[in-house]
Design a protein around this ligand. Structure first.
Ligand code: DC
Length: 215
């Protein structure tokens, strides 16, 4: 069994917040896998290429590796450049391609080589680490997720309304859960947590109690 705490769920459910807090609490490395798909979209954009122009050769030349949980793209940390709404939309598109998912699978498996990690994404418990020792599916209603996004102002343009954000998130949900390859869904053995009425600390305490049973 893999020493991985797999955390999956839709955009805006609070996955990253609780995943980071959980990793801190447990004293283990946090790995965000959405960054990989964002990095592919970002690298395409840097070369003025459309998603349709992505080739195996392009992926081969793109170096992606995690060092202590931080993703390095061609040796550098792209930081906030990956967190824009445009790159999020591009990431959702590239994440539908089998060639991309195949290329990113070993990068993710490699990240778990050195002991326990918390890994966050959409298919960690179903595809990347189906044998993870502990799996969670973090979710919340569309409205709750949109309100949080708006409050954080991350990935939201200055004058976006709640309706705009709900529409954006619904579109991404649709793309992420309807795609043929590795769609967003809870693993059968995942603990499902609806974060709508919970504080991050409450969610983390509930998760830590589960992890400590198997760690
Ligand atoms: O979690 P995020 O918003 O950074 O993810 C960006 C996109 O990448 C999102 O549209 C879903 C996709 N993704 C994926 O398909 N599989 C993962 N393990 C992580 C992210």
């Amino acid at each position: 069994m893999s020493t991985v705490v797999a955390i999956d769920g839709p955009a805006g459910a609070g996955k990253s917040t609780v995943a980071k807090l959980l990793a801190d609490k447990l004293g283990i490395t946090y790995v965000n896998t959405g960054s990989l798909y964002r990095a592919v979209a970002w690298a395409l954009d840097q070369q003025n290429l459309a998603v349709e122009e992505l080739t195996a050769d392009f992926l081969e030349k793109l170096s992606l590796e995690y060092v202590n949980g931080s993703l390095l793209v061609n040796g550098n940390d792209p930081g906030a450049a990956l967190r824009t709404a445009e790159i999020a939309a591009g990431a959702s598109k590239v994440s539908k391609l089998q060639i991309v998912r195949d290329h990113l699978l070993p990068v993710q498996r490699e990240a778990a080589r050195r002991g326990w990690i918390v890994m966050e994404g959409r298919d960690i418990g179903t595809v990347i680490f189906p044998d993870a020792k502990c799996k969670f599916f973090i979710t919340a209603s569309l409205e709750a997720r949109a309100k949080r996004r708006l409050a954080q102002q991350g990935e939201v343009s200055g004058n976006a309304t709640l309706e705009d954000v709900m529409r954006d998130i619904a579109a991404r949900d649709e793309q992420d859960s309807k795609r043929e390859i590795a769609p967003l869904k809870a693993a059968e053995d995942a603990v499902v947590i609806d974060t709508g009425d919970m504080t991050p600390d409450q969610v983390v305490d509930a998760m830590a109690a589960e992890v400590l049973k198997v760690m």
